[in-house]
Design a protein around this ligand. Structure first.
Ligand code: NAP
Ligand code: HSE
Length: 429
C-alpha cells in the first residue's frame, strides 16, 4: 500500500468522542489505509485542561494544546475535527478553520441546528467539506443516506429514537424499574449524555437532530426555536406500567411528516405498540424509520451514542475527505434552505393516552368521558386502576384527535374540578 500523501488532522476535543476517534484511528489503521491509500496523521489535539487524565493514548509526536491557534494556523493540517461541543467557541473555531482553508468534520448538532447557516455558506465560499454524520444517531449512516442513496426520493415521513440517553433511561426504567436519577447517572458514566444533560432529558438534543434531519429529508428549515419539544424528565413510572398493560412502550420520538404540503414536526414521549420495531429499540440504541415515495419504508438501527460508535461516523466523514470527494454539505444546491411551511402544532392529529387522577366517586368516569366528548374526542379503550380507598387513576386511549381538542378537554376536566393532579397525556404512534 502506498503510504505517502497522509491526511493530516487536528482534533479539537479529547473527551468521549475524541478519545474514541483516537482509538479507532489506531485500531483500524490498516483497514483505513487499504480503503483510501492514505495514512491518517493526528498532528494536534485541543483541550481545555492539559493536566487531565485521558481515556486514549496520544500518538507519538502529537501536540496536546489548549490554544486553538495551534490547530487553525498550522498549514499542514488538512482537516479540523470539532469535538468540543457547545455553540460559541465551536463556531469561532470552525469559522476560523474554514477561512484557513481546512475541511471540517463535526459531531455538533446543537451548533448546526441552531446556527448552521453562516457556517454552511462559509464552507461553500471556501469550497471545503463541513460534514456532520456523527451529529445524528451516532453510528447509523442516516445523513449520508439522505444526501446520497435516498436523494432520489420525496420523503413523506420520518420518525426516530434520536437520543441515546433518553432511550437508555426509559429502557432502564421499563425493564429494571430503575428510578430516573439512577438511570441518568449511569448514562452519564457511560459517556452517552451531553455535557449539559438537560439537553438530553428535556428533548432538546433530539430536537437539534430533528432539525438537521428535516433539512436533509425535506429541504426546508424548521427553526429550532419553533419546534414543539417535550422531554422525558416528567415521565412517571406509573405511565410506563399502564402503557405496558395496554401493550405499549413509552419512547422519546422525533417525528416529521408532510401533511398535505405542510410540515408537522416535534419531539415527544409517545406510546409505541410493542409489535413495532421501534418499540424494541433498547438502551442507548437509536433508530430511524422513514418513508420515501420511491424507496417505501426504511428502518435503520444502531448505537446512537458512545465513544467508538460515534467515532465510527466521524471516521466515515474523514475517509470521504481522504478519498478526495467533492463537498456535499447540505445535500442541496442551495446551502440555505427555505423556511418550512409549518403545520400549526394545534392542528396536528394523533391518537392519545390519558391518565387522570380522580376522586373515586360515582359518575366520575362519565364526567371525564364527557369532557373528551365535548371536544369530539372518541375513546378507544378505558380502564380505572390503582385505586386507594378514595382515589383512582383513570386511563383512556383515544382515536385520532387534534392537539387543540386535547388541550381543551384537559382544561375542561380541570374546570369541572374532576382531577386531583395535572392530567398526563401522550401521543400514540
Ligand atoms: P466531552 O466528553 O465533554 O468532551 C469535550 C472535550 O472538548 C473535552 O476534551 C474538553 O476538554 C474539550 N473542550 C470543551 N470545550 C473546549 C474549549 N472551549 N476549548 C478547548 N477544548 C474544549 O464531550 P463528548 O461527549 O466527547 O462530545 C463532543 C461532541 O460530540 C459534542 O458536540 C456532542 O454533542 C457530540 N456527540 C457526542 C456523542 C457521545 O456519545 N458522547 C455522540 C454524538 C455526538 P477537557 O477534557 O480538557 O475539559
Ligand atoms: N447525548 C447524545 C445522546 C449523544 O444521548 O444521544 C449522541 O448524540
Amino acid at each position: 500500500m502506498p503510504r505517502n500523501n497522509p491526511l493530516v488532522l487536528a482534533i479539537a476535543g479529547f473527551g468521549t468522542v475524541g478519545s474514541g476517534l483516537l482509538k479507532v484511528i489506531k485500531e483500524n489503521r490498516e483497514a483505513i489505509l487499504a480503503r483510501t491509500g492514505r495514512e491518517i496523521v493526528v498532528k494536534s489535539v485541543l483541550v481545555r485542561d492539559l493536566s487531565k487524565p485521558r481515556a486514549a493514548d496520544l500518538p507519538e509526536g502529537t501536540i496536546l494544546t489548549d490554544d486553538p491557534k495551534v490547530l487553525v494556523n498550522d498549514p499542514e493540517v488538512d482537516v479540523l475535527v470539532e469535538l468540543i461541543g457547545g455553540i460559541a467557541a465551536a463556531k469561532t473555531l470552525i469559522a476560523d478553520a474554514i477561512k484557513a482553508g481546512k475541511h471540517i468534520v463535526t459531531a455538533n448538532k446543537a451548533l448546526l441546528a441552531e446556527d448552521g447557516h453562516d457556517l454552511f455558506a462559509l464552507a461553500e465560499e471556501h469550497n471545503v467539506h463541513l460534514t456532520y454524520e456523527a451529529s445524528v444517531c451516532g453510528a447509523i449512516p442516516i445523513l449520508d443516506s439522505l444526501k446520497q442513496n435516498l436523494a432520489g426520493n420525496q420523503v413523506q415521513s420520518l420518525v426516530g429514537i434520536l437520543n441515546g440517553t433518553a432511550n437508555y433511561i426509559l429502557s432502564e426504567m421499563t425493564t429494571k424499574q430503575l428510578d430516573f436519577d439512577t438511570a441518568l447517572k449511569a448514562a452519564q458514566e457511560l459517556g452517552f449524555a451531553e455535557a449539559d444533560p438537560t439537553l438530553d432529558i428535556e428533548g432538546f438534543d433530539a430536537a437539534h437532530k430533528l432539525c438537521l434531519l428535516t433539512r436533509l429529508a425535506f429541504g426546508v428549515e424548521y427553526p429550532f426555536k419553533d419546534l414543539p419539544v417535550v422531554g422525558v424528565s416528567k415521565i412517571h413510572p406509573k405511565d410506563i406500567e399502564f402503557a405496558r398493560e395496554f401493550g405499549y412502550r413509552v419512547k422519546l420520538l422525533g417525528q416529521v411528516r408532510n401533511v398535505d404540503g405542510k410540515i408537522e414536526a416535534g419531539v415527544f414521549p409517545m406510546l409505541v405498540h410493542h409489535t413495532l420495531l421501534i418499540a424494541r429499540v433498547g438502551g442507548a440504541y437509536n433508530a430511524v424509520r422513514l418513508e420515501g415515495n420511491a424507496c417505501g419504508p426504511i428502518f435503520m438501527h444502531g448505537q446512537g451514542a458512545g465513544d467508538l460508535a460515534t467515532a465510527s461516523a466521524v471516521m466515515g466523514d474523514i475517509l470521504t475527505i481522504a478519498r478526495g470527494a467533492n463537498p456535499n454539505n447540505t445535500g442541496y444546491v442551495k446551502q440555505v434552505p427555505p423556511l418550512a411551511d409549518i403545520l400549526a402544532p394545534e392542528d396536528a392529529t394523533s391518537k392519545y393516552y390519558f391518565r387522570v387522577m380522580v376522586k373515586d366517586v360515582p359518575g366520575v368516569l362519565r364526567d371525564l368521558a364527557g369532557s373528551l366528548a365535548e371536544e369530539d374526542i372518541s375513546i378507544a379503550q378505558a380502564i380505572q386502576k390503582d385505586g386507594t380507598e378514595t382515589t383512582a387513576a383513570v386511563v383512556f386511549l383515544t382515536h385520532e384527535a387534534r392537539a387543540e381538542a386535547v388541550h381543551k378537554a384537559v382544561e375542561g376536566m380541570k374546570e369541572k374540578g374532576l382531577v386531583l393532579e395535572e392530567p398526563v397525556f401522550y401521543r400514540i404512534l
